[in-house]
Design a protein around this ligand. Structure first.
Ligand code: C2E
Ligand code: CA
Ligand code: CA
Length: 756
């Protein structure tokens, strides 16, 4: 807002001054002309100079009018004042000086000068006029001034009237101008006050707005922030003013978003979006943001204004709604929607990579509806919560537990490997464990006695191929669950029935074997090894399982099952204990009969195996030098250095090693010399075919020559015929044979009796 117009320049003076120049010009022209005319016509006869002087004054007025017409206002005004002053002075001199009638002219000229020429010119005029008056006094005192001549009455009348009119006109015009200005000033002051209060109101509104408001210049430097911004971000004003907005108000913007913002603003449009900004202390601040350009009256953009609304609470509420929509209200567990989402995620994760299998278990409490109807829904809810808790305790860290509906729960078991039968067995074992846990007696709050529950479980593996969807898996598990329920309570069923059966059998076997080890159902069998002369030099220890229902079970049935879990460690430990105890038998020690014990990889890898064996040897008093541990190439080939180191530790005790099933595995001769072994066992498949198949014969010969080269003992397995025996004996005089030709594996007692 401009306070006042600048002081008027005389060349382009204000309206009143222009009017005054014109009015005064016309008045002077009229009065001067009229007086000159009246003097000239006066019958008394007037002096020519008086006529001429008045005429001159009139002409000055005319000249001023011409200049005004040409827009030389300043010149016109000066001419008018000073020109008239000069002629008036000449007339005054002629008309008797201070006593003449013309003195009235001077105040009128001073008034005109005041309005038209301004202060300084008027002071000069007054000073000169004052000096003129002094000159008149002096001249009069000297007696040089002429007498006041007799004038023309008409001319005098015109003169006086003109003077009055001119003075009145100048004063009234000036007053009008003055009044206009006063009014204008008052109006301006009023408007100013009004706009100032409006401005204050706006400022307070911006300052106290609940939304953060930031004003930046076109370079995005912050020029203003309101109180809400300060409160919300934790910055003090001095920290942000003059700095780049990117550092404070839009910290959370990504480069792409910022670019979009710039482009929108550059095109003069309003940008709106959401950001997660940062408070000064680093805490996140979710905001909804609107940025708009500020335009000046001419349309150009001078600033940007940002309105920021805190939506942290709104976001949190949205998240909570999202969470509630995916969780069950009673148990707080994820619900079916989340299960589907989760299964979907597992399928996506499997994309491209070799599919690892997961198991989906649907679990339904048996007879829940009956309980709910009889005890009321409150007790029903309590039971469900208790079951949910038990289930959650069974769940491994990466598993997922879901309440699908009513009394139906789902469990997802992750990462069961890519081998379907193995994964099936794992799922089955887990389901079994879950059922057992649910079956424990339970006492509900407000219920008289403990109750026992059974649950039916339907199982399926997931994903079964890249097209398998979450809903397919749920349908499969649900069908399996129906089958389990149809059989009666507390049952498990696989959707994949064959897998279910196989897994079930294997699982059953595992469970029984575990019991068998503790229950003393394992038996030690021995199969002698004989040298060329038919002397028994040693025996291989072979385990059997005396099953109460199935009779004697061969290791081929259960060793592989045991090897897939820790059972092989328990079993192997038992065999080693028995073998060492047998070795301590004086009969063996006296005849220097060796015992060979099969050692499985998992058992060998047990961290404390070396110490355990050392302790066992000491405890039983068995001679370590008579113990041979049979290992396979598979064991050696992984972690070669570690295995060799461990073998050396054992060798230091005096224990010997034999490489079992030699020829069937990797059979790299390269590592043979680096292994601390004393014996190799030729696999029975080569022994069987050596005399009929040239390839196998060549292989046996090669093995024999390598063994001779390294100074290793050779045991030929599975010698069944005399032909095989003589084939071997022809090629090696030191060979030891083991096979049905000499004897079958015998129970420990029988074997011992035969030896002694
Ligand atoms: P293996 O170590 O190769 O044991 C030799 C197998 O060949 C034994 O079978 C034995 O009965 C059989 N055999 C011996 N002579 C002949 C023959 O002339 N003809 C034929 N056809 N077979 C013969 P078995 O006792 O059924 O043992 C099978 C496998 O079970 C063993 O193969 C061994 O790998 C494993 N095993 C047995 N006992 C143990 C044990 O205590 N611990 C471990 N870890 N594995 C064992
Ligand atoms: Ca063996
Ligand atoms: Ca073997």
């Amino acid at each position: 807002m401009q306070p006042y117009a600048p002081a008027p320049d005389l060349d382009v003076p204000d309206v009143t001054t222009r009017l005054l120049v014109r009015v005064a010009g016309w008045a002077v022209l009229a009065i001067g002309g009229a007086i000159a005319l009246l003097l000239a016509l006066d019958p008394v006869g007037q002096s020519t100079s008086r006529i001429l002087f008045n005429l001159g004054a009139g002409l000055v007025g005319g000249l001023a009018l011409v200049l005004a017409r040409l827009r030389h206002w300043r010149l016109a005004a000066h001419l008018l004042v000073w020109g008239v002053w000069c002629f008036v002075t000449l007339v005054t001199v002629r008309n008797g000086g201070l006593h003449g009638p013309n003195l009235l002219n001077y105040p009128v000229l001073i008034v005109l000068s005041g309005w038209m020429l301004g202060g300084r010119a008027t002071v000069v005029l007054v000073a000169i006029t004052g000096m003129l008056f002094g000159l008149f006094f002096w001249a009069e005192a000297q007696g040089w001034m002429p007498q006041v001549p007799r004038g023309s009455r008409w001319a005098h009348g015109v003169y006086l009237a003109g003077i009055l009119v001119l003075t009145a006109a100048a004063t009234l015009l000036s007053r009008r101008n003055y009044m206009q200005r006063v009014q204008e000033a008052q109006r301006t002051a009023h408007e100013l006050a009004a706009s100032e209060s409006q401005l204050r109101k706006l400022l307070r509104a911006v300052e106290q707005s609940p939304e953060s408001i930031v004003i930046t210049d076109l370079q995005e430097r912050i020029e203003y922030v309101n109180e809400a911004f300060v409160q919300r971000t934790g910055y003090v004003r001095q920290e942000v003013l003059g700095h780049a907005a990117a550092l404070f108000s839009s910290k959370g913007m990504e480069a792409a978003q910022r670019q979009g913002l710039r482009e929108t603003l550059a095109s003069g449009k309003v940008w709106a979006g959401e950001q997660t900004n940062q408070r000064k202390d680093g805490a996140p601040l979710a905001e909804s943001v609107v940025v708009a350009p500020i335009r000046q009256t001419d349309g150009s953009i001078s600033h940007y204004v940002e309105y920021r609304q805190d939506i942290t609470e709104r976001k949190r509420a949205a998240q909570e709604i999202h969470r509630l929509a995916r969780h069950d209200a009673l148990t707080g567990l994820p619900n079916r929607a989340m299960l589907v989402e989760h299964l979907h995620g597992l399928q996506e994760r499997a994309d491209g990579s070799p599919a690892t299998l997961h198991a989906l278990l649907l679990l339904d409490l048996d007879r829940f509806t009956v309980f709910n109807d009889a005890r009321g829904s409150e007790m029903g809810d309590r039971l469900l919560c208790a079951m949910a808790l038990r289930l959650s305790h069974q769940l491994p860290a990466e598993g997922m537990l879901v309440r699908v509906a009513g009394d139906e729960f789902a469990l997802v078991l992750h990462g069961l490997g890519d081998d379907a039968p193995l994964a099936g067995r794992r799922a089955l074992a887990f389901a079994d464990q879950v059922q057992a846990a649910l079956g424990q007696p339970l006492r509900l709050q407000g219920d008289a006695g403990p109750i026992q529950w059974t649950a039916s479980v339907g199982i399926t593996l997931y994903p079964q191929g890249p097209e398998d969807q979450a809903h397919d898996a749920l349908r499969r598990a649900s069908m399996a669950l129906h089958r389990a329920k149809a059989v009666g309570g507390g049952q498990l069923a696989f959707f994949e029935q064959e897998m279910g059966q196989a897994a079930e059998q294997r699982f059953q076997l595992e469970r029984e074997l575990r019991q068998a080890i503790g229950a003393g159902e394992l038996r030690l069998f021995l199969q002698s090894q004989v040298d060329m002369q038919g002397r028994t030099t040693g025996a291989e220890v072979l385990v059997r399982w005396q099953h109460p229902r199935d009779g004697l079970v061969m290791p081929g049935v259960f060793i592989a099952v045991a090897e897939s879990s820790d059972l092989i460690v328990l079993l192997g430990r038992w065999v080693l204990e028995q073998a060492c105890a047998l070795l301590a038998n004086p009969a063996l020690a006296q005849q220097r009969v060796r015992l060979s014990v099969n050692l499985s990889a998992r058992q060998f890898r047990q961290p404390g195996f070396v110490q355990e064996l050392r302790a066992l040897l000491e405890r039983t008093g068995a001679d370590p030098a008579l113990l041979t541990l049979e290992v396979t190439e598979g064991l050696v080939i992984e972690d070669f250095d570690d295995v060799v180191a461990k073998m050396r530790e054992l060798a230091a005790l005096g224990v010997e090693f034999s490489l079992d099933d030699f020829g069937t595995g990797y059979s790299s001769l390269a590592y043979l010399k680096r292994l601390p072994i004393q014996e190799i066992k030729i696999d029975r498949s080569f022994v069987r075919d050596a005399c009929t198949n040239a390839d196998d014969g060549a292989l046996v010969e090669a093995i024999l020559s390598v063994a001779r080269h390294f100074g290793l003992r050779v045991v030929a397995e599975g010698v069944e015929t005399e032909e095989q025996a003589s084939y071997l004996r022809e090629r090696s005089s030191a060979i030891i044979c083991q096979g049905f030709l000499y004897c079958r594996p015998q129970p420990q007692e029988d074997w011992l009796q035969r030896l002694t």
